[in-house]
Design a protein around this ligand. Sequence first.
Ligand SMILES: NC(=O)c1ccc[n+]([C@@H]2O[C@H](COP(=O)([O-])OP(=O)(O)OC[C@H]3O[C@@H](n4cnc5c(N)ncnc54)[C@H](O)[C@@H]3O)[C@@H](O)[C@H]2O)c1
Length: 249
Amino acid sequence: MMQLRDKRCVISGAASGIGAAIAALFAAEGARLILTDLDGSRLSASVARCREIGAACEGVIADVGEVAGATAGVETCLTRYDGIDVLVNNAGMLTQARCGDITLAMWEEMMAVDLRSVFLSTQRALPAMLAQRWGRVINIASQLGIKGGAELCHYAAAKAGVIGFTKSLALEVSAQNVLVNAIAPGPIDTPLVDGLNSAWKAAKAAELPLGRFGRAEEVAPVALMLASEPGGNLFVGQTLGPNSGDVMP
Ligand SMILES: NC(=O)c1ccc[n+]([C@@H]2O[C@H](COP(=O)([O-])OP(=O)(O)OC[C@H]3O[C@@H](n4cnc5c(N)ncnc54)[C@H](O)[C@@H]3O)[C@@H](O)[C@H]2O)c1
Protein backbone atom coordinates (compact mmCIF):
# COMPACT_ATOMS: atom_id res chain seq x y z
CA MET A 1 0.00 0.00 0.00
CA MET A 2 1.26 3.47 -0.89
CA GLN A 3 2.08 5.40 2.27
CA LEU A 4 1.43 8.92 0.96
CA ARG A 5 -1.44 8.34 -1.46
CA ASP A 6 -2.73 11.75 -2.67
CA LYS A 7 -0.93 13.62 0.10
CA ARG A 8 -0.09 17.17 -1.03
CA CYS A 9 3.61 17.68 -0.39
CA VAL A 10 5.97 20.61 -0.89
CA ILE A 11 9.72 19.94 -0.95
CA SER A 12 12.23 22.80 -1.23
CA GLY A 13 15.67 22.33 -2.70
CA ALA A 14 14.32 19.32 -4.58
CA ALA A 15 16.55 19.57 -7.65
CA SER A 16 19.49 17.77 -6.07
CA GLY A 17 20.77 15.54 -3.30
CA ILE A 18 18.56 14.82 -0.31
CA GLY A 19 15.60 16.87 -1.63
CA ALA A 20 15.58 15.05 -4.98
CA ALA A 21 15.78 11.68 -3.21
CA ILE A 22 12.86 12.60 -0.93
CA ALA A 23 10.86 13.76 -3.97
CA ALA A 24 11.41 10.48 -5.84
CA LEU A 25 10.52 8.39 -2.78
CA PHE A 26 7.39 10.46 -2.03
CA ALA A 27 6.41 10.14 -5.73
CA ALA A 28 6.71 6.36 -5.51
CA GLU A 29 4.49 6.43 -2.40
CA GLY A 30 1.66 8.22 -4.24
CA ALA A 31 2.17 11.85 -3.15
CA ARG A 32 1.16 14.88 -5.20
CA LEU A 33 4.21 17.12 -5.31
CA ILE A 34 5.30 20.71 -5.61
CA LEU A 35 9.09 20.89 -5.90
CA THR A 36 11.01 24.15 -5.58
CA ASP A 37 14.61 25.08 -6.28
CA LEU A 38 16.86 27.86 -7.54
CA ASP A 39 18.31 25.66 -10.25
CA GLY A 40 15.73 25.47 -13.04
CA SER A 41 17.34 22.84 -15.24
CA ARG A 42 18.04 20.33 -12.49
CA LEU A 43 14.59 21.06 -11.07
CA SER A 44 13.02 20.11 -14.43
CA ALA A 45 14.92 16.83 -14.37
CA SER A 46 13.70 16.07 -10.84
CA VAL A 47 10.09 16.92 -11.79
CA ALA A 48 10.37 14.70 -14.90
CA ARG A 49 11.66 11.82 -12.76
CA CYS A 50 8.73 12.12 -10.35
CA ARG A 51 6.25 12.21 -13.23
CA GLU A 52 7.87 9.11 -14.75
CA ILE A 53 7.34 7.39 -11.42
CA GLY A 54 3.66 8.30 -11.84
CA ALA A 55 3.19 11.28 -9.51
CA ALA A 56 1.39 14.55 -10.14
CA CYS A 57 4.31 16.95 -9.85
CA GLU A 58 5.05 20.58 -10.58
CA GLY A 59 8.26 22.59 -10.25
CA VAL A 60 8.56 26.16 -9.04
CA ILE A 61 11.81 28.04 -9.55
CA ALA A 62 12.27 30.03 -6.36
CA ASP A 63 15.04 31.43 -4.17
CA VAL A 64 14.11 30.56 -0.60
CA GLY A 65 16.53 33.26 0.56
CA GLU A 66 13.99 35.81 -0.70
CA VAL A 67 10.82 36.40 1.30
CA ALA A 68 8.51 35.65 -1.66
CA GLY A 69 10.64 32.70 -2.77
CA ALA A 70 10.44 31.06 0.64
CA THR A 71 6.65 30.81 0.42
CA ALA A 72 6.31 30.21 -3.34
CA GLY A 73 6.11 26.42 -3.06
CA VAL A 74 3.41 26.52 -0.38
CA GLU A 75 1.45 29.18 -2.32
CA THR A 76 1.52 27.00 -5.43
CA CYS A 77 0.43 23.92 -3.50
CA LEU A 78 -2.50 25.75 -1.89
CA THR A 79 -3.65 26.94 -5.31
CA ARG A 80 -2.94 23.81 -7.36
CA TYR A 81 -4.01 21.14 -4.89
CA ASP A 82 -6.32 23.23 -2.71
CA GLY A 83 -4.33 22.60 0.47
CA ILE A 84 -1.12 21.15 1.87
CA ASP A 85 -0.42 18.08 3.98
CA VAL A 86 3.37 17.76 4.18
CA LEU A 87 6.05 20.44 4.04
CA VAL A 88 9.70 19.45 3.73
CA ASN A 89 12.00 22.41 4.33
CA ASN A 90 15.14 21.02 2.77
CA ALA A 91 16.77 23.78 0.69
CA GLY A 92 20.09 24.80 2.11
CA MET A 93 23.49 26.21 1.28
CA LEU A 94 26.89 25.68 2.83
CA THR A 95 30.00 27.82 2.83
CA GLN A 96 33.12 27.36 4.93
CA ALA A 97 35.20 30.08 6.60
CA ARG A 98 36.88 30.80 9.90
CA CYS A 99 34.71 32.95 12.15
CA GLY A 100 36.90 36.00 11.64
CA ASP A 101 36.49 35.72 7.88
CA ILE A 102 32.70 35.41 7.85
CA THR A 103 31.40 38.70 6.47
CA LEU A 104 28.08 40.16 7.52
CA ALA A 105 26.77 39.43 4.01
CA MET A 106 27.79 35.75 4.29
CA TRP A 107 26.15 35.51 7.72
CA GLU A 108 22.91 37.11 6.58
CA GLU A 109 22.68 35.03 3.40
CA MET A 110 23.14 31.86 5.46
CA MET A 111 20.45 32.90 7.93
CA ALA A 112 18.05 33.82 5.12
CA VAL A 113 18.49 30.59 3.15
CA ASP A 114 19.02 28.00 5.89
CA LEU A 115 16.89 29.42 8.72
CA ARG A 116 14.52 32.28 7.84
CA SER A 117 13.09 30.32 4.90
CA VAL A 118 12.04 27.54 7.30
CA PHE A 119 10.09 30.03 9.41
CA LEU A 120 8.46 31.77 6.43
CA SER A 121 7.35 28.69 4.51
CA THR A 122 6.11 26.92 7.63
CA GLN A 123 4.18 29.98 8.78
CA ARG A 124 2.48 30.10 5.35
CA ALA A 125 1.53 26.40 5.50
CA LEU A 126 0.24 26.33 9.08
CA PRO A 127 -3.27 27.83 8.71
CA ALA A 128 -4.30 25.16 6.18
CA MET A 129 -2.76 22.35 8.24
CA LEU A 130 -4.36 23.56 11.47
CA ALA A 131 -7.76 23.98 9.81
CA GLN A 132 -7.76 20.37 8.60
CA ARG A 133 -6.18 19.14 11.84
CA TRP A 134 -3.53 17.22 9.95
CA GLY A 135 -0.08 18.28 8.87
CA ARG A 136 3.54 17.22 8.89
CA VAL A 137 6.45 19.66 8.80
CA ILE A 138 9.88 18.13 8.29
CA ASN A 139 12.86 20.45 8.62
CA ILE A 140 16.24 19.35 7.33
CA ALA A 141 18.75 20.55 9.91
CA SER A 142 22.25 19.10 10.31
CA GLN A 143 24.17 17.28 13.00
CA LEU A 144 26.49 20.32 12.91
CA GLY A 145 23.62 22.22 14.53
CA ILE A 146 24.08 19.90 17.53
CA LYS A 147 27.84 19.40 17.73
CA GLY A 148 29.12 22.48 15.84
CA GLY A 149 31.82 22.48 13.21
CA ALA A 150 35.07 24.41 12.84
CA GLU A 151 34.89 26.99 10.03
CA LEU A 152 31.12 26.52 9.99
CA CYS A 153 29.90 28.96 12.69
CA HIS A 154 27.25 30.51 10.43
CA TYR A 155 25.98 27.16 9.09
CA ALA A 156 25.94 25.50 12.51
CA ALA A 157 24.15 28.50 14.04
CA ALA A 158 21.48 28.43 11.33
CA LYS A 159 20.94 24.68 11.73
CA ALA A 160 20.81 24.95 15.55
CA GLY A 161 18.15 27.60 14.92
CA VAL A 162 16.19 25.14 12.79
CA ILE A 163 16.23 22.62 15.64
CA GLY A 164 15.06 25.22 18.18
CA PHE A 165 12.33 26.40 15.82
CA THR A 166 11.20 22.80 15.30
CA LYS A 167 10.88 22.07 19.03
CA SER A 168 9.10 25.35 19.78
CA LEU A 169 6.55 25.04 16.99
CA ALA A 170 5.96 21.39 17.86
CA LEU A 171 4.91 22.51 21.35
CA GLU A 172 2.44 24.97 19.84
CA VAL A 173 0.67 22.82 17.25
CA SER A 174 0.96 19.12 18.04
CA ALA A 175 -2.36 19.08 19.94
CA GLN A 176 -4.00 20.01 16.62
CA ASN A 177 -2.31 17.06 14.95
CA VAL A 178 0.28 19.11 13.12
CA LEU A 179 3.54 17.30 13.81
CA VAL A 180 6.81 19.17 13.41
CA ASN A 181 10.14 17.36 13.40
CA ALA A 182 13.68 17.76 12.12
CA ILE A 183 16.18 15.48 10.48
CA ALA A 184 19.82 16.21 11.26
CA PRO A 185 21.87 14.21 8.76
CA GLY A 186 25.55 13.55 9.20
CA PRO A 187 27.83 13.94 6.18
CA ILE A 188 25.99 12.86 3.04
CA ASP A 189 27.60 12.58 -0.38
CA THR A 190 25.78 15.31 -2.31
CA PRO A 191 26.89 18.34 -4.34
CA LEU A 192 26.58 20.39 -1.11
CA VAL A 193 29.78 18.93 0.30
CA ASP A 194 31.72 19.02 -3.00
CA GLY A 195 33.04 22.46 -2.09
CA LEU A 196 34.44 21.48 1.30
CA ASN A 197 38.18 20.96 1.37
CA SER A 198 39.22 17.38 0.75
CA ALA A 199 41.44 17.10 3.84
CA TRP A 200 38.41 18.02 6.00
CA LYS A 201 36.28 15.43 4.21
CA ALA A 202 38.85 12.64 4.60
CA ALA A 203 39.30 13.42 8.29
CA LYS A 204 35.53 13.55 8.76
CA ALA A 205 34.95 10.15 7.13
CA ALA A 206 37.70 8.62 9.27
CA GLU A 207 36.14 9.80 12.54
CA LEU A 208 32.68 8.38 11.72
CA PRO A 209 31.82 5.06 13.43
CA LEU A 210 30.48 3.82 10.06
CA GLY A 211 33.63 5.08 8.35
CA ARG A 212 31.76 6.59 5.43
CA PHE A 213 29.49 9.42 4.34
CA GLY A 214 25.83 8.53 3.78
CA ARG A 215 23.85 8.68 0.54
CA ALA A 216 20.78 10.83 -0.10
CA GLU A 217 18.71 7.65 -0.65
CA GLU A 218 19.59 6.63 2.91
CA VAL A 219 18.12 9.86 4.33
CA ALA A 220 14.90 9.98 2.28
CA PRO A 221 13.24 7.03 4.11
CA VAL A 222 13.53 8.96 7.38
CA ALA A 223 11.45 11.76 5.84
CA LEU A 224 8.97 9.20 4.54
CA MET A 225 8.56 7.73 8.01
CA LEU A 226 7.90 11.15 9.54
CA ALA A 227 5.40 12.02 6.78
CA SER A 228 3.48 8.75 6.93
CA GLU A 229 0.90 7.11 9.16
CA PRO A 230 1.33 5.36 11.47
CA GLY A 231 5.15 5.65 11.21
CA GLY A 232 5.31 9.35 12.05
CA ASN A 233 2.38 9.51 14.46
CA LEU A 234 4.37 9.68 17.70
CA PHE A 235 7.21 11.98 16.65
CA VAL A 236 6.84 15.49 18.07
CA GLY A 237 9.68 18.03 18.03
CA GLN A 238 12.29 15.33 17.50
CA THR A 239 15.57 15.62 15.68
CA LEU A 240 16.33 12.31 13.97
CA GLY A 241 19.93 11.55 13.16
CA PRO A 242 20.84 9.53 10.05
CA ASN A 243 24.47 10.45 10.67
CA SER A 244 26.76 7.38 10.41
CA GLY A 245 27.13 7.55 14.21
CA ASP A 246 28.57 11.08 14.27
CA VAL A 247 26.23 12.19 17.06
CA MET A 248 24.59 9.90 19.61
CA PRO A 249 22.05 11.77 21.74
N1 LIG B 1 25.07 16.79 2.40
C1 LIG B 1 25.28 16.81 3.69
O1 LIG B 1 26.31 16.35 4.19
C2 LIG B 1 24.26 17.41 4.62
C3 LIG B 1 24.39 17.15 5.99
C4 LIG B 1 23.48 17.70 6.87
C5 LIG B 1 22.46 18.49 6.39
N2 LIG B 1 22.35 18.72 5.06
C6 LIG B 1 21.25 19.57 4.62
O2 LIG B 1 20.45 18.87 3.71
C7 LIG B 1 19.78 19.80 2.86
C8 LIG B 1 19.94 19.35 1.41
O3 LIG B 1 21.32 19.41 1.09
P1 LIG B 1 22.01 18.43 0.05
O4 LIG B 1 23.15 17.81 0.74
O5 LIG B 1 21.01 17.57 -0.61
O6 LIG B 1 22.63 19.50 -0.95
P2 LIG B 1 22.44 19.77 -2.51
O7 LIG B 1 23.35 20.90 -2.80
O8 LIG B 1 22.59 18.50 -3.28
O9 LIG B 1 20.92 20.24 -2.59
C9 LIG B 1 20.51 21.47 -2.07
C10 LIG B 1 19.50 22.05 -3.05
O10 LIG B 1 19.06 23.28 -2.49
C11 LIG B 1 19.03 24.23 -3.52
N3 LIG B 1 19.18 25.56 -2.99
C12 LIG B 1 20.29 26.11 -2.43
N4 LIG B 1 20.05 27.39 -2.10
C13 LIG B 1 18.76 27.64 -2.47
C14 LIG B 1 17.94 28.78 -2.39
N5 LIG B 1 18.40 29.94 -1.92
N6 LIG B 1 16.68 28.69 -2.86
C15 LIG B 1 16.21 27.53 -3.38
N7 LIG B 1 16.95 26.42 -3.49
C16 LIG B 1 18.22 26.48 -3.03
C17 LIG B 1 20.18 23.87 -4.44
O11 LIG B 1 20.00 24.41 -5.76
C18 LIG B 1 20.13 22.35 -4.42
O12 LIG B 1 19.32 21.84 -5.45
C19 LIG B 1 20.39 21.16 3.18
O13 LIG B 1 19.52 21.87 4.04
C20 LIG B 1 21.67 20.81 3.89
O14 LIG B 1 22.09 21.85 4.74
C21 LIG B 1 23.21 18.19 4.16
